[in-house]
Ligand binder design. Structure first.
Ligand code: FAD
Ligand code: SF4
Length: 397
């Protein structure tokens, strides 16, 4: 007699039902499947367990006494890289899409969880299990909105797939790692991107309308290492807006409460992470966390230019000054914001120090947010590494 896994008896929530993590839900997709059975243990916002899952995924804990591991998580290698032939329309040079295509073409995996957009709306996420390179390519570029990537998990079990690649951001990957053993896979590969300041689709609209000169033609944007937001428009033109000129007073509530409470910016549980913030302008940043990640990266190394990571400048003062400025929602006049952008680009933090600047500013902001809005969660929800990072700064009450 075959026994039915207990989760198969559970029922996915209706799209309109309130999620177990309530306002902190990041819509990761787990609760759209019968894996909701595990939500109390698996949800990143109900049960923060990055430390235990790091040991499970990478066979050892993060070394908190190693300054690079404290910030960037368990890793065996880091580098800056870019594709020799970038993929047109990718977020950066398309390392993520290229890797996924290579794994599928070589038969290393049978499917790839990634996120396309709906026909009607280029920023409305539509998670899929891609089974062809064309489907992976159609998922390139960020959907800068909360995306229920794990909503396809039931399909995986039903399809009988045994070797799978999942592309995702930290909160999705945390829930995935927690249910990994229940998926019936022989091998799971996890390709992560860093993630911060995500928004609902409505929040994205507000951000575009308050920040861009032409919100309806934006096809792509990124907060770049030169301290500017770069918008790319349909006609191929680029618009840049200095971070310091953002209308902080109008944008304060735009970020999702989940992202204001997140301390997994660097996607600690992925095998391989591909972002940009630890690399010089124009380059991507790669963090190889374990042997599986190395195996994945080796598949595309001949398509990449690489260089060692570098670090320059000192972030500390800029971070300390940004804390009360954000708290009081100060917005500089545009001329001052531009000037400040130019100065900080010349003398400011670069490479890994820029990544630390971004981590410090977000962790201090998020620590204050959790302390003020969910004080009962603060102790258990903030991982030890984040507490050590936040302790370096003086925070307002
Ligand atoms: P591409 O080849 O264009 O592929 C992009 C992949 O991302 C696709 O496979 C797609 O499935 C997946 N994807 C798109 N949107 C989502 C989503 N909402 N949720 C889950 N998966 C998605 N990097 C940093 O270094 N610092 C940051 O602050 C930072 N913030 C980010 C914020 C968000 C919301 C996202 C989605 C990513 C962020 N990244 C950040 C990662 C970075 O922007 C690039 O995605 C990464 O460098 C890969 O670029 P690429 O050209 O190789 O990707
Ligand atoms: Fe469920 Fe994911 Fe929301 Fe947590 S974040 S409540 S696991 S959908």
């Amino acid at each position: 007699m075959t026994s039915v896994s207990p989760h198969k008896k559970a029922k996915a929530l209706k799209p309109t039902s309130r999620r177990p993590a309530k306002e902190l839900c990041s819509e990761c997709g787990l609760c759209d499947t019968y894996y909701i059975h595990y939500v109390k243990e698996a949800c990143a916002f109900i049960n923060q367990q990055i430390g235990d899952l790091e040991t499970q995924a990478h066979n050892r804990p993060r070394n908190l006494d190693n300054p690079d591991e404290l910030y960037f998580g368990v890793h065996q290698d880091m580098m800056a890289a870019r594709k020799q032939q970038p993929i047109e329309g990718a977020q950066w040079t398309g390392i993520v899409s290229s890797l996924a295509i290579e794994m599928l073409n070589r038969g290393i995996v049978e499917g790839v969880v990634c996120v396309q957009n709906t026909k009607e709306d280029r920023f409305q996420p539509m998670p899929i299990i891609a089974r062809t390179p064309e489907e992976i390519l159609a998922a390139r570029v960020n959907k800068p909105t909360l995306s229920p990537n794990l909503s396809v998990l039931e399909e995986i079990e039903k399809s009988g797939m045994k070797r799978l690649l999942v592309i995702g951001v930290g909160c999705q990957i945390q829930a995935l790692r927690a249910v990994e053993k229940q998926l019936g896979l022989e091998k799971l590969y996890v390709l992560g991107t860093p993630c911060v300041d995500n928004v609902t689709r409505a929040g994205l609209q507000k951000f575009l309308e308050t920040t861009s000169r032409s919100p309806e033609t934006v096809v792509h944007y990124e907060f770049m290492q030169d301290f500017r937001v770069h918008f790319k428009h349909e006609d191929g033109s680029t618009e840049t807006v200095p971070f310091f000129g953002l209308k902080t007073n109008k944008l304060k509530d735009v970020f999702a409460p989940s992202c204001m409470s997140c301390f997994d910016y660097v996607n600690s549980l992925a095998d391989l992470v591909v972002g940009y913030m630890g690399a010089p302008f124009g380059w991507q940043w790669i963090v190889v966390r374990n042997d599986t990640g190395k195996e994945m990266l080796d598949l595309v190394k001949d398509q990449l230019d690489t260089q060692p990571v570098m670090s320059q400048g000192n972030r500390k003062e800029a971070v300390q000054q940004s804390i009360p400025a954000y708290d009081k929602a100060v917005t500089l006049p545009m001329w001052a914001a531009k000037l400040m952008g130019v100065v900080i680009e010349r003398i400011g933090p670069k490479g890994l120090e820029y990544a630390r600047f971004s981590i410090d500013s977000h962790f201090t902001r998020n620590y204050l947010y959790v302390k003020r809005n969910h004080p009962e969660k603060l102790e258990a929800h903030v991982p030890e590494y984040a507490k050590r990072i936040v302790e370096q700064y003086k925070l307002p009450e």
